[in-house]
Write a protein that binds this ligand. Sequence first.
Ligand code: MN
Length: 201
Amino acid sequence: MSSIIKTHVELFAFQRSKALQQYSGDMYFFTELPDNEFLCVLADGLGSGIEAHQSAKAVIDAVKSDPSEELDLLMEKCNQAVSGLRGAAVAMIRVNFAKQTLTYTGTGNIRFYFMEVTGKMSFPLSTMGFLSGRKQLFKLKQFRYQPGSKFLIHSDGLKLRKVRSYLDSSLNALHTGHRIERQIASVPEDDVSFVVGKFLD
Ligand SMILES: [Mn+2]
C-alpha cells in the first residue's frame, strides 16, 4: 500500500498477493517523465507465484528501461520481454499535464476506468488476449481530463461492483483508495492490485 501526492496528480496504489504469497504476479510502476508527463503501468503475469512474478517483472523492467517511449512501442517492448515466459496482461497510461491529456492502452484482463468531473465514465476495453511475444497491434485511446477527474486501473483480482460509486465521489485519491481496499479480502484468492489517481488543480 502506498499513497503519493505529486504536483499534478494524487495517487493511491495497493497490492496484495494471492494467499499472501511472497511473490505477487501483479506489478505496478509509475513515474514522472520529462516534458511534464506521467506514466503508470500495471502488469498481471499469468497464473500466480514466482513464474507470474517473473513475467510481470519483465514487463516492468522493459518499461523502466525506456519510460519515455511512445505507448504502443512500449507495449511492443513489453511483448518482446515476456517472450519465453508465461506472458502477462498489461495496461498503461501516459498523462501530459500541460495538454491535460491521458492516453491509455491495454491488452488482457486489466480494467481501466476514467471518470470526468461531469460524471461521464469511460472504460475502454483492452485488446483481447495477453502479451506473449507474438506480434500484436496496440490501440491507443486518448481522453482530456480536468482537475477533479479520476482514473482507476486494476488487475482482475479486484472484483469491484458499482465502480462508479467509488469514482464519482468528491473524495481524494487516498480515501477513494481506502474505500476500494476495504472490498479486498484479507487473504485474496488472486493477486490484487490497483492504482487510483485524481488530477489536481
Ligand atoms: Mn490476475
